[in-house]
Design a protein around this ligand. Sequence first.
Ligand code: GDP
Ligand code: MN
Length: 332
Amino acid sequence: ARMLAYTPAQIRESRLKPANIEIKHPVRAAYVILVRNSELHELRATIRQLEDQFNARHRYPYVFLNNKPFTEEFKRAMEWVTSGDCHFGLVPYEHWSMPPWVDRVRAKWAMAMLGSKVPYGDSESYRKMCRYESGFFFRHPLLDDYDYYWRVEPGVEFSCEITHDPFKYMADNKKTYGFTISLREIPLTVKTLWKTTNAFRASYPEYIAPNNMLSWITASNGDYNLCHFWSNFEIASLDFFRSPQYTAYFDFLDRAGGFFLERWGDAPVHTLAAAMFLNKTQVHFFDNIGYYHRPFQNCPTDPQFNMQHCFCNPNRSMIHNEDSCTNAWLQL
Ligand code: GDP
Ligand code: MN
């Protein structure tokens, strides 16, 4: 078999990673990518787009996280396709498991009952992933050096040139949480999430922001209207997740066991937290970031911007879909 060229010297001489350029970033920020070794090629395609549309001009670093050790092949492939520094982290067992207080028998039963009624209904590993993305990624020591992160997943696409630095935008405008797509959650996955969240609110009224976004996620009958930011894309402040409010909320939810007894996703969890703890002005809709994650996309609808910078069809943008909650959010 032919050997893959991959020495550090060769990588430094590559198009993307010239060693002689030093970049001073305006913000302490990184891409954070939870990924399996088997997703190497999907991720290469995604990062190649991200580099071409934005990062080759900025060289922000990458943090790759995995519950299993990354292979040498994976690490080398990421060094080749990225312009920024790469850091590879292992997720500890306690952060990727069913906590000891969850009743094993009930959990197995609940997973079997949800079965094929909802995507990943019977998957234990998916639930571990959702719990990790809800409560632990921001505690990984590799993120200690950063104030903001951008979540990226293998297979997603960036369909427009990113003409302004989103990290800098967040910092300059005192934004805490940025999104591109919002939609409605599958009711069966979050049966008692709202009830549990209301119990949390009753216990910690001092944590609720004065200009919060709770009205945006509350139906006319007082229930959760299932609106959430789609967290596979997220540009956010790490201090938001590290805050006493957020960690108390996560602990409260984790104790209730719904990550396993139901199938609470990290998207509604992040969203309910943002709705309680943030004022609307701290949240930003990145309308000009072209983004696709199967089966939805955000495609900039400004005709001039779209023609100049994008390859997506604005008529297909999620903002026109009746399941999107973004127009309601804009009207808040
Ligand atoms: P979906 O978007 O809800 O369909 O879920 P994904 O399959 O895209 O998973 C969400 C993110 O978690 C992606 O970045 C995946 O690569 C990652 N992920 C999911 N399951 C695992 C796992 O078992 N191990 C690792 N390391 N990453 C995972
Ligand atoms: Mn995904």
